[in-house]
Design a protein. Structure first.
Lengths: 191, 191
């Protein structure tokens, strides 16, 4: 997706250690117009699979997933990382290692909103190691729901996430794919 | 806002202790179409103040604040509760007591995205005690930016937030106001 690629080249900063800083438009400050465009693009790519729900993980997945849910006209469901007092105790619970946070994160989804009848599209801001998305997939499986696809705004191809997720046999779509960082420069994968 | 009132009456559950469960459409599952309507309504009410940025706190403020930022065609900025490795160490930092979490929460905003030239509209899902919003206000003040207004989707009038915020002298708009809970029923404030 050219508009996202250009924005990453303009404002993204490579901090070393595989970390790309995009917090001027993705995950601290958020470009609302761009986000809605990302959502429309995800809807264009996944609409034929007739998802009934978009699932993401708080926090930075919420904006692109909301935009996608809006474009698809389905609800958004975001996994919580801490259990709010309004969540039943029998919530689906999975854990994932987070290499950017250096610890294990917990993901919780209430069974009230995820049942066997759902066709679930998972959307996140990044596809890196794929561990967070895999934890969401396990929640979808526990609920007996159908996973129909996985979308990420930015994929870091060198972190192995796609290889982890491909055996699931569903379409995986990233709007831009970063092949590698080289001398602090961002090298995109050419289609 | 009638459509939000009806939804709360249909799906909101009063759990006691002043806690209203709205996680089927606001803060776990999110009704994307409704959220965009909330954003449009906030934009209608605050547009004349010419905000240049919408500020909220992660997590549940993100959806309504993104919708508002989109409708106003300005960026969204959400305060983080933990410092990501991409955030500079001199970030603005304020704390607020959270009665639903029973602890103190930290709010962090990078000075990169909040300067004296900004006209800031604060948007959140709930206005209850007002403590979280007040912490955001202190961040706006630290940055030397101008606070132009405060909007919340749902106000719980009996928790004193409005009284706390009114001395700031900016418009405070809630899309629905709950006056009290009575025998488990939700009583809205009539305009």
């Amino acid at each position: 997706m050219e508009v996202l690629k250009e924005r990453i080249l303009k404002e993204g900063k490579y901090l070393g250690g595989g970390i790309l800083k995009v917090d001027s438009f993705i995950n601290h400050q958020v470009d609302a117009q761009l986000t809605m465009l990302l959502g429309r693009e995800f809807a264009r790519r996944f609409g034929y699979l007739k998802p009934t729900k978009v699932l993401t993980a708080e926090i930075s997945g919420i904006a692109p997933a909301l935009a996608t849910a809006f474009a698809l006209d389905v609800p958004l469901l975001y996994a919580r990382k801490t259990r709010p007092i309004t969540m039943p105790e029998d919530a689906y619970r999975e854990v994932a290692p987070s290499h950017t946070k250096g610890k294990v994160i917990e993901l919780l989804v209430s069974p009230e909103f995820l049942g066997p009848e759902e066709r679930v599209l998972i959307i996140d801001d990044f596809l890196a190691s794929g561990q967070t998305i895999m934890a969401l997939v396990r929640i979808v499986q526990k609920a007996g729901a159908t996973l129909v696809g996985i979308g990420a705004a930015i994929e870091k191809a060198f972190e192995g996430g796609r290889e982890l997720l491909e055996p699931l046999g569903v379409p995986i779509e990233s709007l831009v794919v970063i092949e590698r960082f080289e001398d602090g420069k961002i090298i995109f994968q050419e289609p």
